[in-house]
Design a protein around this ligand. Structure first.
Ligand SMILES: Nc1ncnc2c1ncn2[C@@H]1O[C@H](COP(=O)(O)OP(=O)(O)OP(=O)(O)O)[C@@H](O)[C@H]1O
Length: 503
């Protein structure tokens, strides 16, 4: 029986919008009042959040170039994609889009068959239109480097998968006599993201007659060698796991692995090219001597990342969308001040109260609510989990120290579509984690994110908040602050309410 410790009847949250003096209840899912003022939001410089490295907007020309591309296209049929790929892509999205959780109007009304899905019209998102037009339209035989940058939850995975698959399906048959080798690689920073992208590609590979492989902690080398001999079309892996291949005796040199790779995607690129990953990532990229296409993709473009890749690759085509570095408009952002009574400086009490308020606010009727709580340091996760358990919450924690399979099982509870709630008591599940899970993970139907710690920079804020509000679905982000944080977050609610860009 899940009972909650109540501090007082109604949570008092610092209001970020609406008339003075009336703290809105959590129940009101008033839409973000940014629509009117967001039109001139770009008249202001990006808002620098926090003292650390800022975000860097790709040049205006490339962004404007993308704008007029986007406006005209509303259908995948208008894009240069071979028919079997277009059909496979649309089908995959129809079955797996987060938009389906919007279609769960009640536990019994689960979408059961294709015809019920037909109501879901799948159109290319702006970043998909731009990436497919620019990359598929580029006939140059030389080595092309692209960056794809677009807001969280806007469909970047298919924005790079479509050109990658198009290139595999339209490539000239190899005249080298043997198919053995790897044709393309998708690099990701975490095992969870390798699984997520591999699952997306697996949904279309059979109908496109492509051999794909996931090379990760649970992969089998014998299976890899068998597929390698047949020819691997796409390998989904992490830089570390890809490098580990050269330690096997039968792999004489890295060149044997990399010699045939012509298309590589570095997803969550600002992570994979940051000081903690770059040696491994760059060691791999520089061994790929036959690359025709290299794509870096991310929802944030930190200045350091921009400098690093422009230094290595002098000619880069940047593809970025008008809303880059903005939080999706569908997200409501609220501050909770733990310094006021009854919390008196205890962020944990404010967190417990926020969870209680979410539990009682009447949203997500008929489904188990799931809340993701982000903290800055992994050593704080277990303490927060234990504390919340004392308040009666159903809560789990994940850090990079946890066993990979346990991590994946817990993530799956939060990344799969919302589960019907059979008994009214067990209506709320909580996941406490760090930035390990703030990037890329397609949490499906998560409507509430709580930032227990103030993120130290805009990039972390964008990625954490971006686990909700995906594909413009509604979502709420609560940031719990103390008086000492006020200086750090001053002006942030107004900036986000006006849909301004973060810098
Ligand atoms: N054209 C589309 N129409 C509807 N849903 C889509 C479309 N393209 C992708 N989706 C769905 O949107 C969700 C988010 O896509 P994806 O994970 O690629 O976003 P992203 O931009 O990579 O996010 P992040 O920046 O957090 O990594 C997925 O559920 C995906 O199935």
């Amino acid at each position: 029986m899940q009972k909650f410790v109540r501090y007082y009847a109604r949570p008092r949250f610092l209001r970020h919008s609406g008339p003075k003096g009336r703290g809105p209840s959590l129940n009101k899912s008033s839409t973000n009042s940014s629509t009117s003022s967001s039109s001139n939001a770009d008249a202001y410089p990006p808002y620098k959040f926090g003292p650390y490295p800022s975000l860097n907007l790709p040049d205006e020309k490339s962004r404007n170039g993308v704008n007029n591309l986007i406006d005209k296209i509303t259908d995948f049929n208008e894009l240069k994609i071979v028919p079997q790929l277009r059909d496979a892509l649309i089908n995959e999205i129809k079955y797996n889009t987060v938009l389906r959780s919007q279609n769960y109007v009640s536990p019994t009304k689960k979408i059961k068959s294709t015809n019920e899905l037909n109501g879901l019209i799948i159109r290319p998102t702006p970043v998909q239109t731009a990436a497919i037009k620019i990359i598929n339209g580029n006939k140059s035989e030389f080595f092309n480097v692209y960056t794809i940058a677009a807001e969280t939850g806007s469909g970047k995975t298919w924005a790079y998968l479509a050109p990658l698959l198009q290139s595999l399906l339209t490539a000239e048959p190899s005249n080298s006599g043997s198919n053995a080798g790897i044709k393309s690689v998708i690099l990701l920073p975490t095992h969870e993201l390798v699984d997520q992208v591999f699952n997306t590609v697996s949904n279309v590979a059979p109908s496109l007659n492509l051999n794909i492989i996931k090379w990760d902690t649970d992969s089998n080398y014998k299976n890899f060698i068998e597929l390698f001999k047949k020819g691997i079309d796409i390998m989904v892996t992490t830089p570390g796991k890809l490098s580990s291949l050269s330690k096997y005796p039968s792999i004489s040199s890295p060149r044997m692995i990399f010699s045939k790779i012509s298309f590589t995607v570095v997803d969550e690129a600002d992570t994979l090219m940051d000081p903690s990953f770059i040696d491994e990532t760059y060691h791999i990229l520089k061994n790929m001597n036959n690359l025709s296409n290299l794509i870096f993709t991310s929802a944030t473009v930190p200045s350091k990342f921009n400098k690093t890749i422009s230094h290595i690759y002098p000619k880069i085509t940047s593809i970025s969308t008008p809303n880059l570095h903005k939080l999706p408009k569908s997200i409501e952002f609220r501050l909770i001040n733990a310094s006021v009574a009854p919390y008196k400086g205890s962020k944990i009490k404010a967190l417990a109260q926020a969870l209680y308020a979410i539990h009682c606010d009447g949203t997500e009727q008929g489904f188990i609510k799931r809340v993701v709580v982000f903290v800055n340091k992994k050593e704080d996760v277990n303490g927060v989990v234990e504390k919340l358990k004392t308040f009666g919450h159903n809560v789990k924690g994940i850090t990079s120290d946890d066993d990979v399979q346990i991590r994946k099982d817990i993530v799956n509870e939060f990344s799969s579509a919302p589960e019907p709630s059979t008994n009214d008591n067990n209506r709320l599940k909580v996941l406490v984690t760090t930035d390990l899970l703030s990037r890329g993970l397609n949490f499906n139907g998560i409507r509430n994110i709580i930032l227990l710690d103030v993120p130290s920079n805009s990039s972390d804020l964008v990625h954490r908040a971006g686990r909700t509000g995906r594909m413009n679905q509604s979502g709420r982000v609560f940031m719990i602050i103390n008086d000492s944080d006020k200086g750090h977050v001053k002006g942030l609610p107004k900036v986000l309410r006006n849909n301004r860009r973060l810098g």
